[in-house]
Design a protein around this ligand. Structure first.
Ligand code: PEP
Ligand code: MG
Length: 932
């Protein structure tokens, strides 16, 4: 019989930490904690397979499930020594929580205090000796169950929450402002009123039967896998919808049973900075959701728990340390202290910023806890860009008014316009993708995810370092200041007040997630610590601890990676910066960018009517290009430099407005009509696929000749200065060997002439971009001439998918929302389609020229998943913009480490590679004697 339910607790645990796919992260870790003897309230996990079944069978459960759940409930009763629904003795209450393979903080539903009804609440009151506690649990239960299971949560921002309204009224009537000041009789009245509200809205009585309540909770948790915010979250983090969630049903322990009780969340290292030491929030006499929701201002664990509850703190500190050593990673822990006894409710690898990820990983290697390989493998490669982002400092802050200070929950500097409502923020962003938005909220909830996603920074009035706002913004890499209690927010009036100042929606503020400070207006930023060391040289490495961690991680990455890493750069400054960030060469210089600095001369060449005129017009351009290339060769100091010949259609360089055309005609001493006519001739309806790429050089060979001459002259000049040069001349948009040969001939003739005249011959290559499907399928032919291929995946994606790279913004969001595309194909390589074409080109290219040099220079060269794909198909290097280089270095190392791991697993499971003997590699067992 299929097993759908796994028990955990001190009397027997079925699962462990390796079973995340089946038990979800929470379930697997609860089982692991129970297994290693930590105090975990007993419970059971319903597997993710049940979730898959549930959605495949019209929200029905497998028939075997009910009996397995009943048996597991009996096991909890036995271990905890309490009965579920007991009307005589202290009753067992349970919680019901989600738990997917990857944690999705706050995105799915939870129900606490299941098992309470009008009878059990009386026993709970009597046996606990605390009537207020019992009735407070009961009213919370109805409120939570009503919202989550009975679907009574407000649907829009203008809807009212019936339970909150009744609670507010009750407090008003009782003359109190805090929930905690309501007396038992108020809570009893509230329970009645809540139940009446349920009957009114749903037409049914609130369920009294504890088992019915359990099934209600289980169904709601499975149902929440498909709620809007969970879907958005999965899309954002690439979590497959098919995975499903597990459900954890667990005995309740109470942090709200008096002043020797507490509940909290903690990280074993700082989630924002990575510094060692426990950080977190807790509340005395409260339930878990109070801490993360930011409704009450929590206390800092590291500051006051040792004083408030010394015994529990000691126990907690030991458990936290043990968990970090056990999992060898920063842990995010949920706990409850019930009458001074510590209970562990959850542990998981903590979400952290890029700063914290790098710092903690590097520290852990230096502490001997993990290996450099483990450090590299665990840092999401994209997160390292956070270390390069600008900060507020020095001159930028001069004269700026600090208006408030909160908790520095998500490092980064953000400046933008205030928005109070997440959907308004989203609408503003959809209108203008460059909109700078600061989302200002009392506290955030998972409903705010879309607004948080589009904001540059997040500011909340309530909540601590472990609040939802802090957690989610850290994961998103957004600047976040939370718990800023100096600000007052009026959602209705859409204003934020600080002291006597009022800020309206649309006003500019700046938030500094490093210091927790909030400033009025826009604050200009300065370069990050890493760039101050590498680019500006205004900081010494020894004074820059973050830089030191960054550098250590990069040097480990370079040790493991097999892929080369180059940059796309068009001038000496970019080239120098790229070298500082680890570039081993240039993978793409777009020569057309240089022409914009000499646009009049370039336009003269374009407007030439005859070959002779054009050749004349090319003369000054030859000089400019040569000087530009010399600068780049010097900056690259002997590293290979791939220079692409002119690619874009000429119409991109000519003026289209009447006035501009008239000005140009005047400058050139020709008639305005002639300029207009030539512009008309150059006009194209589909410029991406018209007269561009090598087609320009085929029709105007003198352009190719000039560019090849400029490159070769620059190389020999720089070599004469004693600097080595390795130019790689790249022909764009080749689809046919005949096009390639046509251009190659011109290039080689020009090179031979220059080298002969100079008496110096650099080591140079001629090759091509591969950016058309035809080039991929005829790559064996093209490789007869081309010494290297560089995949231009921007164009290969547009031509392979038949989607214009400039016009896909009109539908891509819908495609992503509808899961037609899992990623934006212009950012992350479509491995199946475009990647398939690349594989063909690699195989065919190598079949003709086994040592052909293979690279990629499209935007995908700086995207982690695409870099890993490039490693897999055997490219020699990836090339990306300078600031993406650290991402590429890290991703390339991750790919190599992953491959090594896979090979080791394959080897140990299949034994000897030659004779396929089993795992044992001893001389007797391995038939061929190679010992695997
Ligand atoms: C490409 O097409 O991938 C490429 C690098 O060239 P461009 O973006 O200049 O067309
Ligand atoms: Mg291209």
């Amino acid at each position: 019989m299929a097993k759908y339910v796994y028990n955990f607790g001190k009397d027997g645990t079925d699962g462990d930490a390796t079973m995340k796919n089946l038990l979800g992260g929470k379930g697997a870790n609860l089982a692991e904690m129970a297994k290693i003897g930590l105090p975990v309230p007993s419970g059971f996990t319903i597997t993710t397979e049940v979730c898959t079944y549930f959605y495949a069978h019209g929200q029905q459960y497998p028939p075997e499930l009910e009996a397995q759940v009943n048996e597991a409930m009996a096991a909890i009763e036995k271990t905890m020594g309490k009965k579920f629904g007991d009307t005589k003795d202290l009753p067992l209450l349970v919680s019901c929580r989600s738990g997917a393979r990857e944690s999705m903080p706050g995105m799915m539903d939870t129900v606490l205090n299941i098992g309470l009804n009008d009878k059990t609440v009386e026993v709970l009151a009597k046996k606990s000796g605390d009537e207020r506690f019992a009735w407070d649990c009961y009213r919370r239960f109805i409120q939570m169950y009503g919202g989550v299971v009975l679907d009574m949560k407000p649907k829009t921002k203008t809807d009212h929450d019936p339970f909150e309204e009744l609670l507010e009224k009750k407090k008003e009537k009782a003359g109190v402002t805090e929930d905690a000041d309501l007396k038992p009789e108020h809570l009893k009245e509230l329970v009645k009123e809540f139940k009446a509200a349920v009957k009114k809205q749903t037409g049914k009585d609130f369920p009294d039967d504890p088992m019915e309540q359990v099934w209600g909770g289980v169904g709601a948790v499975f149902g929440s896998w498909m709620n809007d915010r969970a879907i958005v979250y999965r899309r954002m983090y690439g979590i497959p919808h098919e995975w499903g969630t597990a459900v954890n049903v667990q005995a309740m322990v109470f942090g709200n049973m008096g002043n020797d009780c507490a509940t909290g969340v903690a990280l074993t290292r700082n989630g924002a900075t990575g510094e060692k030491g426990i950080t977190g929030d807790y509340l005395i006499n409260a339930q878990g959701e109070d801490v993360v929701a930011g409704i009450r201002m929590p206390k800092k664990i590291e500051e006051s728990l040792p004083k408030d509850m010394p015994r529990s703190w000691n126990q907690f500190e030991q458990v936290a340390l043990r968990l970090e050593n056990h999992y060898k990673d920063v842990q995010d822990i949920e706990f409850t202290i019930e009458n001074q006894n510590l209970w562990m409710l959850q542990t998981r690898n903590a979400k952290r910023t890029g700063f914290a990820a790098v710092r903690a990983a590097v520290d852990m290697v230096n502490e001997g806890l993990i290996t450099p390989e483990m450090a590299i493998a665990r840092i999401p490669a994209n997160d390292i860009t956070q270390l390069l982002q600008p900060v507020f400092s020095g001159a930028g802050l001069k004269g700026k008014q600090e208006i408030a200070k909160g908790i520095n929950a998500g490092p980064g500097a953000a400046t933008g316009q205030i928005y109070f409502q997440p959907d308004d923020a989203e609408a503003a962003f959809n209108k203008d993708n460059n909109a700078k938005i600061i989302l200002v909220r009392l506290e955030t909830t998972p409903e705010d995810l879309r607004g948080m996603k589009v904001a540059k920074g997040i500011l909340t009035a309530r909540g601590g370092a472990a609040s939802h706002a802090a957690l989610v913004s850290r994961q998103m890499g957004k600047a976040c200041v939370c718990g800023c209690d100096a600000i007052g927010i009026d959602y209705k009036a859409e204003t934020m007040t600080v002291g006597s100042k009022t800020f309206k929606k649309g006003d500019w503020i700046s938030v500094d997630g490093f210091t927790g400070k909030v400033y009025e207006g826009e604050v200009p930023t300065s370069p990050s610590e890493v760039l101050q060391v590498l680019f500006e040289k205004s900081l010494k490495p020894k004074d820059a601890p973050l830089y030191q961690c960054f550098q250590q991680l990069m040097s480990w990455s370079d040790r493991f990676r097999k892929l080369g890493v180059r940059t796309n750069a068009d001038n000496p400054k970019e080239s120098t910066q790229a070298v500082a960030l680890g570039a081993e060469g240039i993978g793409l210089t777009r020569t057309e960018h240089m022409f914009f600095d000499h646009i009049d001369d370039f336009r003269k060449m374009i407007l030439s009517e005859t070959v002779a005129d054009r050749e004349k017009a090319l003369q000054p351009l030859l000089k400019y290009q040569r000087e530009d290339f010399e600068g780049i060769f010097r900056a690259m100091a002997g590293r290979p430099v791939t220079i692409r010949l002119l690619d874009p259609p000429l119409h991109e360089f000519v003026p289209h407005e009447d006035k501009e055309q008239a000005d140009l005609a005047k400058k050139m001493g020709i008639k305005a009509e002639d300029v207009k006519r030539r512009v008309m001739e150059l006009h194209e309806f589909n410029p991406m696929l018209g007269h561009r790429g090598c087609r320009l050089g085929v029709v105007y060979p003198e352009i190719t000749r000039m560019q090849a001459t400029a490159i070769c002259q620059a190389a020999v000049n720089v070599m004469k200065e004693g600097i080595d040069c390795h130019p790689e001349i790249m022909i764009p948009l080749v689809g046919n060997i005949t096009e390639y040969r046509n251009q190659e001939k011109i290039i080689r003739e020009a090179a031979t002439k220059v080298f002969k005249d100079a008496g110096v011959t650099p080591d140079y290559l001629v090759g091509t971009m591969i950016e058309l499907p035809r080039a991929c399928v005829t790559a064996d032919k093209i490789a007869e001439g081309a010494e290297f291929f560089s995949f231009g995946t921007n164009d290969l994606t547009q031509t392979g998918l038949g989607i214009s790279r400039d016009d896909y913004g009109t539908f891509i969001n819908e495609y992503r929302e509808m899961d037609i595309f899992s990623d934006d194909p212009f950012q992350t390589l479509d491995q199946e389609g475009i990647g398939g074409l690349m594989k063909i080109a690699v195989e065919k290219g190598k079949s003709t020229r086994s040592d052909i040099k293979l690279g990629i220079c499209g935007e995908h060269g700086g995207d982690p998943a695409s870099v890993k794909f490039c490693h897999k198909i055997g490219l020699n290097y990836v090339s990306c913009s300078p600031l993406r280089l650290p991402v590429a270095r890290l991703a390339a190392a991750q790919a190599a480490i992953q491959e090594k791991k896979e090979k080791a697993t394959k080897k140990s499971s299949s034994g000897c590679e030659c004779c396929k003997d089993g795992g044992c590699k001893c001389c007797c067992c391995c038939k061929c004697g190679c010992r695997g």
